[in-house]
Design a protein around this ligand. Structure first.
Ligand code: ATP
Ligand code: MG
Length: 659
């Protein structure tokens, strides 16, 4: 691909980011505006122009699948050899290389999950050891490590971050300390240790840092809105004094702040690098204008949006079907309707792999698995542990691991196939039933090996086992053709023709334990992430009870307020069930006010303080008139913190300027 061709598929803003000289670049933009496309093109452009060798580029992102997609897109642009990895796999690779020099010759293994050690530590201390408590304690340890908080500093840091420790604070500190001891004694590294040790090796060993920095010269981070302090530390260690860093992100898609992530480094990027090229993208190439309009409505209702996160999306695609809203009596009825609709889509030519059912918690998956099986539609569950929990997969992984000690000769898929024969991989598929399921799970491992050799030169069995370990930890099963069932968290960055957002009830989205405003807002962003995955068809549904015949006591999600068109039957049916947002609103931008100082001032802290009273008066009048006539909330348009215009946002319309 020539450099002209490379640039011709980009809009002017994307192009500006792609051709910006080496140095700090920040792309701050909403979902579907081509951020990921921009960074892959930027890498390709730098490589083609001879500014950097492919091997000197290190691109990082947050999921294995996203990293894989980045590699695929780079290959399609004719760039081979640039590293596109998750933070963890990049760190693991680097540690393998310099570990013996900076730590010791002992054989350290990567730990698969924390629960065992957390359980042992909790047991010793007489702390609760039931599954839920252990999971919560493990998450709390993860948050602490990702936030660079040691056991000693946990009490203060947890109070400051308004954490709600699953056990009394002193006990949490003791479990965290015990966990670290047990883990270190068995020479295991958890995922956060990989990052901690990588940063420390570069910070403390000048020789290692020099070698590393000589090797990698150009850094790219996708989904930068979800960077944790620990990941930022690694990134800083990678960079040293240099500034050849491109970051892209969308603050409205920060969905991991419960795990320590923060959009602050993204929003503060141009302060940290005053000479940075900062690019904003507004055109949404992914979704139909109907989906874009819905997404805009979802996110514009967010409270406390920091300056810089008011990113509007302007749909570029041709109009498509209106999003659908549907209410059901119970979950099996909802799932059956979704399965029936997917069947119709498939019959009309939409591939099964272009449909996704997205939900808040993995437990919601089961009823959809059943409903899809009943109509014979293949599916794969992402984000659930199911694939790696399967017995044959565990047996297969054990067999492969044993074989790494003395790997049989042969480039990799054939070796894997032979090693899986004793586990049950026959040449011909069994006729059906569970035997067939087992066979398909094993076959997908062979396919994964095929995929690996096509993406990584010289990939061997050890490589493959490491890839499987990483997928098992990140819960990313190998791809099979079928409808995707995924949690909203694991859908980030991905897209499908048809997306079903299901189970939209209060208590599930927002989740029950989102008990303060900040957490509810994170849940709203999850909803936004979900809605913006759809290219064409978007279905939103909820059920009033869990089981058939159960009490129909659920409310549909509060996030649907102002999103369902007023004249939609579902809006009429359940209007009384909506939880209305708080009454106190910012006089300028109309977002609900939470903070008591803001309530007193009548203004949120993102809005300018110097808007004149006359304009405010007109704004108020106009807003009252609008809400009487159109029954839609009114919004204002900003460029950074400068009020430039007051505009109405009407579903499906572009902004109408009124002042
Ligand atoms: P997210 O925030 O969800 O990660 P994103 O900003 O990274 O989204 P991409 O995934 O890069 O968006 O792009 C969304 C879709 O739009 C992709 O299918 C991409 O190929 C397409 N796209 C992006 N830019 C253009 C363009 N200039 N012309 C045509 N299609 C484009
Ligand atoms: Mg992206």
């Amino acid at each position: 691909m020539s450099s002209g061709e490379l640039l011709s598929g980009l809009d002017p803003e994307q192009r500006a980011a792609v051709i910006a000289p080496r140095g700090p670049v920040c792309v701050l933009a909403g979902a579907g505006t081509g951020k990921t496309r921009t960074i892959t093109h930027r890498i390709a452009n730098l490589v083609r122009g001879g500014h950097v060798a492919p091997g000197q580029v290190l691109a990082v992102t947050f999921t294995t699948r996203a990293a894989g997609e980045m590699r695929t897109r780079l290959r399609a642009l004719g760039v081979a050899g640039a590293q596109a990895r998750t933070f963890h796999s990049a760190a693991l690779r680097q540690l393998r290389y310099f570990w013996p020099r900076v730590v010791d010759e002992r054989q350290w293994d990567v730990l698969e999950g924390k629960i065992r050690f957390v359980g042992q530590a909790a047991h010793k201390l007489g702390a609760p050891t039931d599954g839920e408590a252990l999971r919560d304690m493990a998450s709390e340890i993860e948050w602490s490590k990702a936030s660079l908080i040691s056991p000693e500093s946990y009490p203060e840091a947890a109070a400051k971050a308004r954490r709600d420790p699953p056990v009394p604070v002193e006990q949490m500190v003791a479990v965290y300390t015990g966990y670290e001891k047990l883990k270190n004694r068995e020479a295991k590294l958890d995922f956060d240790d990989l990052l901690l040790h990588t940063a420390a090796a570069l910070e403390e060993h000048a020789q290692v840092a020099e070698e590393f920095r000589d090797r990698y010269r150009c850094f790219v981070v996708d989904e930068y809105q979800d960077v944790t302090p620990l990941q930022q530390r690694v990134l800083d260690a990678w960079l040293g004094e240099r500034d050849d860093l491109t970051v892209v992100g969308d603050p409205n898609q920060t969905i991991y702040s419960f795990a320590g992530a923060s959009p602050r480094p993204l929003l503060a990027f141009s302060r940290r690098f005053p000479e940075a090229s900062v690019v904003r993208l507004e055109r949404d190439y992914r979704s139909t204008p109907e989906v874009v309009s819905l997404a805009n409505r979802v996110i514009s209702a967010a409270r406390d949006r920091p300056a810089g996160s008011r990113l509007r999306l302007i749909g570029q695609r041709r109009p498509g079907p209106a999003p659908s809203f549907a209410e059901y009596d119970d979950e099996p009825a909802e799932a059956a309707a979704v399965a029936a609709r997917i069947k119709q889509l498939i019959d009309s030519g939409v591939p099964a792999s272009e449909c996704a059912v997205l939900f808040r918690v993995n437990a919601q998956s089961e009823v959809y698995e059943q409903a899809l099986s009943e109509v014979d539609i293949p599916y794969l569950v992402r984000g659930g542990q199911r694939f790696f929990d399967r017995r044959e997969v565990r047996q297969a992984m054990a067999a492969l691991r044993v074989a790494t000690a003395d790997p049989p000769a042969g480039e990799l898929p054939k070796v894997v196939r032979e090693l899986l024969v004793p586990v049950g991989l026959t040449d011909e598929p069994p006729p059906g039933g569970t035997a067939r399921d087992r066979w398909e799970a094993l076959l997908s491992l062979v396919e994964l090996a095929e995929e690996l050799v096509s993406t990584v030169d010289g990939a061997d069995l050890a490589h493959f086992v490491a890839e499987l370990d990483q997928r098992a930890d990140a819960q990313h099963p190998p791809t099979v053709e079928g409808v995707t069932l995924a949690s909203l968290h694991s859908a980030k960055g991905l897209e499908w023709d048809a997306v079903f957002l299901v189970g939209l009830v209060d208590g599930t989205l927002p989740i029950q334990h989102a008990d303060d405003d900040a957490r509810v807002e994170e849940e709203r962003r999850l909803f936004y992430v979900g809605a913006t995955r759809a290219r064409e068809h978007l279905w939103l549904s909820w059920a009033l009870s869990r089981q058939p015949g159960g009490r129909r006591g659920r409310r549909r999600s509060r996030f649907l307020y102002g999103v369902i068109p007023e004249d939609h039957p579902a809006a009429r049916i359940a209007k009384s069930r909506d939880k209305k947002p708080a009454k106190q609103r910012c006089r300028i931008c109309n977002t609900a006010l939470v903070d008591s100082m803001a309530v007193k001032l009548g203004r949120c802290d993102s809005c300018p303080s110097d808007v004149d009273e006359d304009l405010l008066g007109r704004l108020k009048e106009w807003r009252t008139e609008q809400s009487r006539e159109q029954k839609v909330p009114a919004y204002v348009v900003f460029t950074d913190a400068t009020l430039i215009a007051i505009a109405e946002q009407r579903p499906g319309d572009s902004a109408g300027l009124v002042a």
